[in-house]
Structure formats: structure tokens, C-alpha cells
Design a protein around this ligand. Sequence first.
Ligand code: SAM
Length: 239
Amino acid sequence: MTNEDFMNALKQAGMTLTDAQLAQFEQYYELLVTTNASVNLTAITEKSEVYLKHFYDSLTVAFYEKNLQDGEHSLIDIGTGAGFPAIPLKIAFPNLKITLVDALQKRVKFLQTVVDELKLSDVTIVHGRAEDIGQNPTFREQFDYATARAVARTSVLAEYTLPFVHIGGEFLVMKGAAAQQELADGQKALQTLGGKLRDEYAFELPNGDSRFIQIVDKVTKTPKKYPRQAGTPSKKPIA
Ligand code: SAM
């Protein structure tokens, strides 16, 4: 996907980026590939692939949860890695207040560089595991939205994300072809943690790859015992 294809595909979805925002994406790309030479951030480095599979793919969630496009909503991105999907969302929608969580220090350091170089405001970066941070009252049940892309299967992700979302907020599930099976396997976890599926959207990336966005409402509080100890959600998913 060339920069022009990127702009046009976003336009088709009703999003127009300014030259300044396009320059921020370009700067982000440069930082990503230069840092990736010494720090393992991503397997995808070819420019058109980064624009499609990281930048555009990250923004698709806002095609279906349009509220992300307006207002000063808070969003926490668990296992954000090099910043996906939260940094592209922040560049496109500067009013979002984002919190980035990752367990790996070297990725957290990269995120700080991106925030400084792109002069992004209202960004909080937290180094740690979702299971530990989810029990911290500063973060627990504080967010309008939680995202997590390519981190774990839905039954596990629910335990990483739903504790952060307040009642009335949403866990935005971003998945590939296995989405519906993962959702079926994760039903018990969603229900236990206070989530309820509201909508599901199936679509394709411009290269034909299959994608799903599932919107899970936070309808009841997450019981105090969740998230369990670090490592337990992935070893023993709620089932
Ligand atoms: N979300 C990014 C993306 O879509 O490109 C990164 C995906 S990467 C495959 C998974 C990331 O999740 C890694 O950076 C890893 O350190 C982080 N991670 C995995 N389990 C985690 C946990 N329990 N708490 C916090 N971060 C976690």
C-alpha cells in the first residue's frame, strides 16, 4: 500500500488526514525501521507492508467504532508492542487519551521515543504485565475503550482487557480469520469478566486478508479476583 493508497483507502472510509498527520506517519515509519535494526519490534519492515498491515489495519477499528473519531475518549492498548493499534489511532484522532502497556522494556523505550519525536500529548506509557496493572486502582475500570492486537486468543485477552474498562465502555476485539471460533471459546470468559458481545463486523484489508472487529460492551464490574496472577490467564483461560 503506497502512501497515496493509504490516504485514498482512509478517504473511502470517511477519514481525511492532514499533511501534518501524514508526516507523523512517515516519521513513525522511519523510527520503526531504524530502531528495528537493533531492537526487535516487528517482522514487517517493507514500507508498503507497514502502511497496510500496521498503520491501516490499526485504524480499521475506528471505521466500526466511530466514537473513536470524536471527543476526548480514553483508550488503553494492552501488549501494544511497537504501538499498534494505539499510536496510529492517536495520530489520526489526536483527541484520544491513550495508555500504552507492554511487558517488554525495550519496546516501552521505543514508544517513549515515538511520543517525544512525534510530539504526541495525552499519552501514558506503562511498563508491565496486564495481569499486574489490571489490579492497580489507578488503571482498573478507568477506560472508555480497551484494545489489544495480536497478543493472545480472545478467552485470554478478555482477562487482560476487561478489568480496565468501566461499565458502559468497550473492549474492541481485532482479529483475523479465527475470530469467530475464538469468540465462541471465549464466551465464558467474557461473561465472567463483565463483557457482552454487541456487534461483529467482517471485512477485508485491501490485500484480501480477512479481518473481524467485535465490539464487547462492559456491562457488569469485573470480579476482584480477576485478572489472576501473571501467567495464569494464558495457562488456564476461563472456560
Ligand atoms: N499489539 C502489537 C501489534 O499488533 O503489532 C504487538 C503485538 S506482539 C505480537 C505482542 C506484544 O504483547 C509483545 O510486545 C508482548 O511484550 C506483549 N504482551 C504479551 N503478553 C502481555 C501481558 N500479559 N501484558 C503486557 N504485555 C504483554
